[in-house]
Design a protein around this ligand. Sequence first.
Ligand code: DGL
Length: 216
Amino acid sequence: MLGLFDSGMGGINTVRYLKRTGDDSDLIYLIDRQNAPYGIKTEEEILEITKNNIKALTAMGAERVLIACCTASTVHGRLPDKERGLSVPIVGEVAKRAKKLTRTGRVGVIATDHTVRTHAFAREMPSLSVTELGVSELVGMIDGGLCDLTARDTDRERIENIIRPVLTSGIDTLILGCTHFPAIIRTVSEIAKKYGDISLVDSAKVGAEILRGLKT
Ligand code: DGL
């Protein structure tokens, strides 16, 4: 059996993508509401949370665990051997998709403040020009109920104001480097269109694809 965890609303997007493809496999999904949000915590706190969540999922019967969260994935290399061995982070795979998609080599990342502080995405794409923007504010808005269906004009304006610095940096590819953000992917996509032909990389979707690969 496979396990996955994320803070708050994040991993729900991953599970949704998986189910949409008709996948009915047995999963254990730990929705870590208690520790949300991760992205404004210290590295040590995120490490401790990640370790404990992997332990909890294996205690419940998971043989492999997807760290379905970009923020928690940044501490994968610091996990104790056992927890590192049976868990799979998502950041590297998400970056690979962006590398394939970009035509100009200019990639943007919106992620939590912690993920951006670690430069986890930029380090995966050393030969590209990567503009990273910490937007933990969006995580709070989404955990508070914001999604494409509920977004009003004022929410759209607020989102645009938050992500404008990355959209105006000449990118042709934007990584949604937090699995919460697919909840507003349509809104982000509409906003991004105003700034050019920008392709989006959805980290939750990549997580679902990794999970599918782990089963086979
Ligand atoms: N959804 C998570 C991520 O992919 C974490 C968001 C948070 O709790 O700050 O980074």
